[in-house]
Design a protein around this ligand. Structure first.
Ligand code: TMP
Length: 233
């Protein structure tokens, strides 16, 4: 597999073309940002941890019947993926109130939702990823009705699979963000699943085991990322 030119650089990853037009190489960086890039930093070996963790979780989801872009791990920081066209939507799944939902609705963090909450944001850094609903999604053609139904179905199924998996590792899955892409006309899971994109709390102590340690300057950032991976492996 030959690595060709970089075609995209995001806040936490770089994407490269390869000699196979149907495959990309994703390279995970240690860079960390929060509040739409206002806070900048670096978490030592985050790229290695997020690459491993995403690979492991994509494999778990594939085995459970969810199609993903994941092909194989290539190195500490690189994975081979299907060359998807990313849908411009962030799909957020919430089991417990935290973060922006707590702020928006005046809910204490930790309040358990009576039902799983799904939210969608338009992926656009300049606009700060604004929340959108089904009407916006169809009006702006971010996704078709059929595609949105698939996103919702996959997101809820992924939630059930991941909740159970994390619980067995003594971690509560509070909320998380997914991105999907199109590959050969099909919607498949893409991007990453890591402590950057999930809120995970220790079952016994409720210690925050995710990027909130960086966002909120809670300390032990590197150690916590290492500990999450240690529990999953
Ligand atoms: P929020 O409470 O800040 O809206 O975040 C909800 C979930 O989405 C949380 O698990 C963190 C994740 N997330 C991202 O992966 N990327 C982002 O840019 C944001 C704002 C949140």
């Amino acid at each position: 597999m030959e690595k060709f030119e970089m075609i995209y650089e995001g806040k936490a990853k770089k994407v490269y073309r390869t000699d196979d037009e149907k495959k990309y190489i994703v390279e995970y960086k240690d860079d960390a940002t929060a509040f739409n890039g206002l806070k900048k930093g670096s978490i030592r070996d985050k790229g290695v941890i997020n690459n491993k963790m995403s690979g492991l979780l994509f494999k778990l989801l594939e085995e459970a019947g969810i199609p993903t872009h994941f092909e194989t791990i290539l190195s500490d920081r690189e994975m081979l993926v299907k060359a998807v066209k990313i849908l411009p939507l962030e799909v957020i799944v919430r089991n417990v109130a935290a973060g922006s939902l707590s702020k928006r609705l005046g809910l204490e963090e930790g309040v358990i939702m009576k039902e799983t909450v799904l939210e969608f944001s338009y992926k656009n850094d300049e606009l700060g990823d604004p929340m959108v609903n089904d009407y916006h999604i169809f009006a702006m053609e971010f996704a078709s009705k059929e595609q949105l139904n698939i996103l919702k179905e996959y997101a809820l199924r992924i939630n059930e699979i991941l909740k159970e998996f994390f619980l067995a590792k003594n971690l509560k899955l509070i909320d998380f963000k997914l991105e999907f892409g199109l590959f050969e006309g099909q919607v498949i899971l893409a991007d990453e699943i890591s402590p950057d994109t999930c809120r995970l709390w220790d079952v016994e102590t409720n210690k925050k085991m995710d990027k909130d340690r960086f966002r909120r300057d809670l300390g032990d950032v590197e150690e916590t990322y290492q500990e999450v991976l240690r529990r999953l492996e």
